[in-house]
Design a protein around this ligand. Sequence first.
Ligand SMILES: Cc1cc2nc3c(=O)[nH]c(=O)nc-3n(C[C@H](O)[C@H](O)[C@H](O)COP(=O)(O)O)c2cc1C
Length: 311
Amino acid sequence: MEDVSDPPFRAVCKDGGADLMYTEFISSEGLIRHAAKSKQKLDIFEYERPIGIQLFGGDIGNMAESARIATEVNPDLIDINYGCPVKAVACRGAGAALLQDIPKMVKMTEEVVKATHLPVTVKTRLGWDDQTKNIVEVAERLQDIGIQALTVHGRTRVQMYKGDADWELIGKIKENPRMHIPIFGNGDIDSPEKAIEYKDRFGVDGVMIGRAAIGYPWIFREIKHYLSAGEKHPAPTINERVEATRKHFQFSIRWKGDKLGVFEMRRHYSNYFKSLPDFKPYRTQLVEAPTAEDVYELLDEIEEGYSLSLV
Ligand SMILES: Cc1cc2nc3c(=O)[nH]c(=O)nc-3n(C[C@H](O)[C@H](O)[C@H](O)COP(=O)(O)O)c2cc1C
C-alpha cells in the first residue's frame, strides 16, 4: 500500500505473521529516471523474505526496463499493479487503466515476464466498470503468458473503494478448470472469521489483506491460528501493542531519519491503540511529541499506565 507498506510497516507485519509481503507500488518511470523516492522503495531486507517488488506504469518498454532494475536488488517476486484506481495513475495509462486495454495489459505482462528471471505476479481488479468485468478471461490470458500468481481485488476501477467487495467473480476464476496458478482474493477482509469463510466459500488459494493490517499486524497470526486451531487467538496485550508501536517507530527513525520518522509515525498511533479506553490524551501527546526520546518516554508511560489499569 502506497505510503503505508514501507519497511517499518512491513517489519511489524512480518512479526504479526504475514506470509508474503509487497513493497509500495513503484513508478517504472521513476525508477528509470533514478528518482530518489522510487529508488528508496527498492529497499528490501533479508528478514522480509518472501518479498515482492510492485511496479506500475503505462509504457511497455519502461515497465520491462524497470523490471530489470528491480531484479537487481533480488526480491523473491516482481508484481505488476493493474489495480490502482487513483486519477494520477489511471489517467496516465497506468494501474487500473490497463483494464481498458487488455491486449496492452497482456503484452506488458509478457515483456515484464521476459525481462526477469524472477516469478512475476499480478494484482488487479474485476474490470474497469460494471460493463467490463472480464477478470475470468483476463486471468486465463495472464496465466498463459507466464504469471505465477494473481491477486484480485473484488471491485471495479469505477467503484474505487465504494460498496462491498464482490468475491463471487473471484470464485469464478477458481472454477475455471484451465486455471492452475494460485489465486489470492482481496477486499474487505478484516477478521479471522471472514478470512476463513471467504477462503472456503470462494475456493481461493489465499487472502491478501490491506487496510485491516494498518495498526493491527496481528490480523495475520489471528487468521492463521483460527485456520489451524479452529478458535480465536487472544487479542494483543498492551505490551504487544506498545512493542509493535515501538518497533515500527524505531524502524521509521532508522530508515527515514529522526525528523521524518517522528513526523510520519504520527498517523499510526491511534490505529495501534484503537480499542484502549481514554487513549485520546496520550494520542495528543504522541502526535505533539517533538523528538524520538519524547515518543519513547510516552510509550513507556502508556505501557506502564495501561498494564496497571488493566490487571
Ligand atoms: C492507502 C492505500 C494505498 C494502497 N496502495 C496500493 C498499492 O500501492 N498497490 C496495490 O496493489 N494496492 C494498493 N492499495 C489497495 C490495497 O492493496 C487493497 O487492494 C485494497 O485496499 C482492498 O483490500 P483491503 O480491503 O484488504 O484493504 C492501497 C490501498 C490503500 C487504502
